[in-house]
Ligand binder design. Sequence first.
Ligand code: HEC
Ligand code: HEC
Length: 246
Amino acid sequence: MKQVKQLKHLSLVTLTLLISGLLTAPAIASEKAVEEPTTKTEGKAPEAEKEARFIWNFATIELIAKGDAKNGEKLAKVHKCKKCHGDTGISDEDDTPSIAGQPAAYHVKQMFDYKEGIREEKTMAKKAKKLSMTETADIAAWYAEQKPEPSQSGGKKPPALVTEGDMKRLLLPCNVCHGKEGQGYGYEAPALTGQKREHFVDLMTAFKDSDRENDHYQRMRFVAGQLTEKEIEELADYYAAKPSEE
Ligand code: HEC
Ligand code: HEC
C-alpha cells in the first residue's frame, strides 16, 4: 500500500514538473547513478563537462521524496550546518545563505553540484563530500520544513522584473519560475524569499559573470547577464524583505 501511495505521489510530482515545463528529459537510472556524475560527456568541450550534470530521474526524485527530516535534523547538528546556517536555517551572517524553507530538491541538487565541483565553493564542497546522497536528502527534508523569515524590514512593491519581466530583453518574470511568492517552484527553481541581501547580490553577480555555471540550460546566466547592478540590488532588497508565505 505504501508503495502505491509513493508511486502516486511520484507521478503527481512528475506531472507537475511536466506541466511547469521545468522538466524536459526524465530518464530512468539506477540508485548508483545518483551517487556519481550522471551524464556521459565524451566528445564535448571541457566547459560542457563541468556544467549541469545533475539529472532529474526516478532515482533522484525517489531519493528526495524519501528524505527523513527527523534524521536530517540530527545530521545537521553532527555536521555543524547550524553553525553557519543558524539553528533553523536562518543565517546570522549577511553573506551566508538562509536555507530554511528551501525546497528539498533544490537543496539536494546544490549539494551534488558542490560535491562534484560543478558549483565551486570550498567550504561547501568539503561538507558535501562527507555526506552520502541519502544523508543529504534527509538534511534537505528537514531544512525544507523550516519557515523562512524576512532578513530585513520594509517590504516593498515587487519590481516589474518580478511580476512582468521585460520582453524587450526576452526576460520572463522571476515569478514564472520562482513562484508567485518567491517560494520556489517545481523541482528546479529555488525559494528566494527571505534570502540574505548580500548573498543574493553575490549569487546574481556570479551568474552574471559566469562564475557560477551550474544552472541547467544557462537560464540564470541568461537572466542575470542582462541585469544592471542597480536592478540586482532592487531585486535583492525586495526578496530579503518579502514576508514569507503564511
Ligand atoms: C563554515 C560555514 C558553513 C557550514 C558549516 C555549512 N555551510 Fe552551507 N554554505 C555556507 C556558505 C558561505 C554558502 C554559500 C556558498 C556559495 O556562495 O556557493 C553555503 C551554501 C549552502 C547551500 C546553497 C544555498 C543557496 O542558496 O544556494 C546549501 C544547500 C548549504 N550550504 C547547506 C549546508 C549543509 C546541509 C551544511 C551541513 C552539512 C552546511 N551547509 C554547512 C557556509 C556553511
Ligand atoms: C526560466 C526560469 C527562470 C527565470 C525566469 C528566473 N529564474 Fe532564477 N533560477 C532558475 C533556476 C532553474 C535556478 C536554479 C539553478 C541551479 O540549478 O543552480 C535559479 C536560481 C536562481 C538563484 C539562485 C538561488 C540560490 O539560493 O542559489 C537566484 C538568486 C535567482 N534564480 C534569482 C532570479 C531572479 C531575481 C529572477 C528574475 C529577474 C529569476 N531568477 C528568473 C530559473 C529561473
